[in-house]
Design a binder for this molecule. Structure first.
Ligand code: KIV
Ligand code: ZN
Length: 518
């Protein structure tokens, strides 16, 4: 971004809620380690505020928010709380781990929520707003208040709620489109109205929080900024309840590429966007759609002859931003059998990994093994290999050996050796096909109640010798967890992905006693 655009445009804060609203997507629950890893990336990227969870939900959530706060150097740590003293006090305690902390408290304001969810009158909701914001301000000067389901709230009543929150000391006012119902002109008008008519509005920062049920979350967020909002709440890869939240990477690049026309900018360093996207995808097991704007595999590919011809003549004929701007490296053939440990270490550093000596030795060993099995090794292969290693290190259950009988003759049988909490276990099982046989054998070796919700295979690169990335989602007792693994052998990747999901489900069940907030 040029210095001129920055000077002549207004700053918009980026509030990331991948670890709170994003985590509320079924199957996207994150462990403490996942949150710390993602927190570091978002902090490096320059995200202004990181909402790391809902501390009152469970001890695990509380600890995870604290742990994220402890690694932040630039971003403000934020925790969510309902309009209750217990929630707010717990949140205040959790955010103390960071140099700067924010309490985000919310209550529903729409008639349908007041009547059916809260069973509270207009006056009771107003009293709850005053009490919750006042209490939060006893702990920090940085208090955000949200009007849940704001876009379906009567406009005059919404003004009264915002006024009450500002009077009680809220410094940020969030106007969520909770059910993804609004459209750009309407959403913009709500901000214009509140900012013009609510007493004290000029002292607060107004914030947009859009859900994507009608596919309008990013457009609505930009419209809110045009109406006076100066903070956008969003999530990496658009993760979030139902159809998700506004996608962080799309917001950032829209304001960057069209900064001159829109007159706004953010302080995000976009070169981190791809890494954040891949990390969220690995942690949650949610693959990124190929044609996803900014971070999709095809976002910068040009297939048709006319486009390719134009691109060769001048890249800007069809490209409004460069892949390297967002951290999408051109697929490059990296190294092969003859590459040494030193070159491999350098490549990992280039890709953003800093591994311990032991982890590096393991990764190098797996890299050499892959070179024996695959003709061309690309950056994507190395990323898949290292991500896989990070995800599976120190897990309670590990796959040590797999043998499968498949083909037309049957019966399809799998024989598996697992290490379950340090103990070797060997089992064999049959199934309807090799994958089913593998999953049955794992169930025999590590008995559990979980049911399979999703099984998905994707090739990391092109060609029949490509590594496969397998995603598995399991659920039990109302909780679900995803696991992912990559290997040149799809069946090995399937076994490892299933075990990864099982490990995560066990960790999350230990972590989460309480229910989600919103
Ligand atoms: O969508 C919503 O209304 C929310 C609030 C809790 C901010 O996520
Ligand atoms: Zn939300």
């Amino acid at each position: 971004m040029s210095a001129d655009i920055r000077r002549n445009s207004a700053a918009v804060k980026i509030f990331d809620t991948t670890m709170r609203d994003g985590e509320q997507s079924p199957g996207a629950a994150m462990t403490l380690d996942d949150k710390v890893e993602l927190g570091r990336i978002l902090d490096q990227m320059g995200v202004d505020v990181i909402e790391a969870g809902f501390p009152a939900a469970s001890t695990g959530d509380f600890e995870a928010v604290r742990a994220v706060g402890a690694v932040l150097t630039r971003s403000v740590l934020c925790g969510l709380s309902r309009a209750s003293a217990k929630d707010i006090e717990r949140c205040a305690e959790a955010i103390r781990s960071a140099p700067r902390g924010r309490i985000h408290t919310f209550i529903s304001t729409s008639p349908i929520h007041r009547k059916h969810k809260l069973n509270m009158s207009e006056e009771q909701v107003l009293d709850a707003i005053t009490a919750s914001v006042t209490l939060a301000r006893n702990f920090t000067d940085d208090v955000e208040w949200s009007a849940e389901d704001a876009t379906r709230t009567e406009r005059d009543y919404l003004r009264r709620t915002v006024e009450a929150a500002i009077r009680a000391g809220a410094t940020t006012i969030n106007i969520p489109d909770t059910v993804g119902y609004s459209y750009p002109d309407e959403y913009r008008a709500i901000f214009e109205d509140l900012i013009a008519n609510v007493p004290g509005a000029d002292a607060a920062v107004f914030s947009a929080h859009c859900h994507n049920d009608l596919g309008l979350a990013v457009a609505n967020s930009i419209a809110a900024v045009q109406g006076g909002a100066r903070q956008i709440e969003c999530a990496v890869n658009g993760l979030g309840e139902r159809a998700g939240n506004a996608a962080l990477e799309e917001i950032v690049m829209a304001l960057r590429v069209r900064g001159e026309a829109l007159h706004y900018h953010t302080d995000i360093e976009p070169a981190h966007l791809m890494r954040a996207s891949q990390t969220v995808s690995r942690i949650t097991g949610f693959p990124v759609q190929y044609n996803k704007a900014i971070v999709g595999k095809n976002a910068f590919s040009h297939e048709s002859g006319i486009h390719q011809d134009g691109m060769l003549k001048h890249a800007q004929t069809y490209e409004i931003m460069r892949p390297e701007d967002v951290g999408q490296g051109a697929t490059s053939l990296v190294m092969g059998k003859l590459s040494g440990r030193h070159a491999f270490k350098k490549k990992l550093e280039e890709l953003g990994y800093a591994l311990s000596d032991n982890a590096l030795a393991d990764a190098f060993h797996r890299f050499k093994d892959l070179c024996d099995r695959k003709r061309h090794v690309f950056d994507e292969d190395i990323i898949a290999l290292v991500d896989d290693q990070i995800a599976h290190a120190d897990a309670a259950i590990q796959v040590s050996r797999l043998r499968v009988v498949a083909g037309t003759e049957g019966p399809q049988t799998a024989e598996i050796d697992l290490i379950v909490r340090g103990q070797p276990v060997w089992k064999t099982a049959r199934g309807t096909g090799p994958v089913d046989a593998i999953f049955n054998a794992i169930k025999e070796a590590a008995p559990h109640e979980a049911t399979l919700e999703l099984y998905q295979v994707q090739a990391v690169t092109e060609g029949t010798d490509a590594q496969a990335t397998v995603s598995v989602r399991l659920s039990a007792n109302g909780r679900s967890a995803s696991g992912r693994a990559a290997d040149a052998d799809t069946l090995v990747a399937s076994a490892r992905a299933y075990v990864a999901a099982l490990n995560r489900l066990m960790t999350l069940q230990e972590r989460m006693g309480g229910a989600n907030a919103a």
